[in-house]
Design a protein around this ligand. Structure first.
Ligand code: MN
Length: 232
């Protein structure tokens, strides 16, 4: 390899419970509108024809428990509590069984969103990057290996801001199930270790301000938290 003119970018990673090592993040895929009640609150109908995706840059990876400044360029900064998948095997055009077997771990994540910028982009038919892919916009709790998770469905997924419950649903409310998401995404990408998927948020999204503390959780999959400080 040629010498590099600048320092190579840092590898971002997510801790894995009991593994003694981290999961390196290569790509972050996000599923849009995967809970009917959330799609409705966003003023759109759910389309069962196919899921759709957007991405976040891996350097957006932020550990649970972080204190981060209110981000630039927005006046409507939202939380979205999500189930996170981490892929552990190479898969391409995977059937549902192969897709399920490729899931290495599950976890809790926050898809932090500049909602005002996302909605402007949506209305104008522009990409969502400014609204979704920005610094510290992907917050991840330590992952739990899939071998320790019996079934995805009955678990409660919830989020609180300053102790008040804002999102409260169950993973059984997911429109696209975890194996369906991995199978579908593998039609478009060679997925493999390092690929993280945020599976969409339930209803109840809303804004946060400087001084707010967010705590989210999924039964059996731990908790994710984030504190917002004053804008830089
Ligand atoms: Mn989301």
């Amino acid at each position: 390899m040629s010498d590099l003119l600048f320092d190579a970018p840092k590898t971002h990673s997510i801790p894995v419970e009991g593994a003694g090592a981290d999961y390196p993040v290569h790509r972050i895929f996000c599923v849009g509108r995967n809970y009917a009640a959330h799609a409705k609150e966003m003023g759109v109908e759910v389309d069962r024809e196919a899921p759709f995706y957007f991405t976040k840059t891996p350097s957006a990876t932020t550990p649970s428990g972080a204190e981060i400044p209110y981000p630039p360029g927005t006046e409507n900064y939202h939380y979205e509590m999500e189930l996170v998948l981490a892929i552990g095997k190479p898969v391409f055009r995977a059937d549902l069984k192969t897709a399920a077997e490729a899931i290495f771990a599950y976890g809790c994540g926050l898809d932090m969103t500049r909602r005002d910028l996302q909605l402007v982009a949506r209305e104008k038919g522009r990409p969502w990057d400014l609204g979704k892919d920005f610094e510290q916009s992907g917050v991840f709790a330590p992952l739990i290996k899939a071998e320790h998770v019996s079934e995805i469905g009955p678990q409660r997924i919830f989020l609180e801001v300053n102790g008040a419950v804002k999102q409260d649903a169950h993973l059984s409310d997911l429109i696209w199930k975890v194996d369906e998401i991995v199978s579908d995404l593998s039609k478009f990408y060679h997925l493999g270790p390092g690929d993280v998927i945020m599976t969409g948020t339930p209803a109840g999204v809303g804004p946060v301000s400087a001084g707010d503390k967010i705590i989210g959780g999924i039964d059996g999959l731990g908790m994710v938290s984030l504190s917002i400080t004053a804008a830089e």
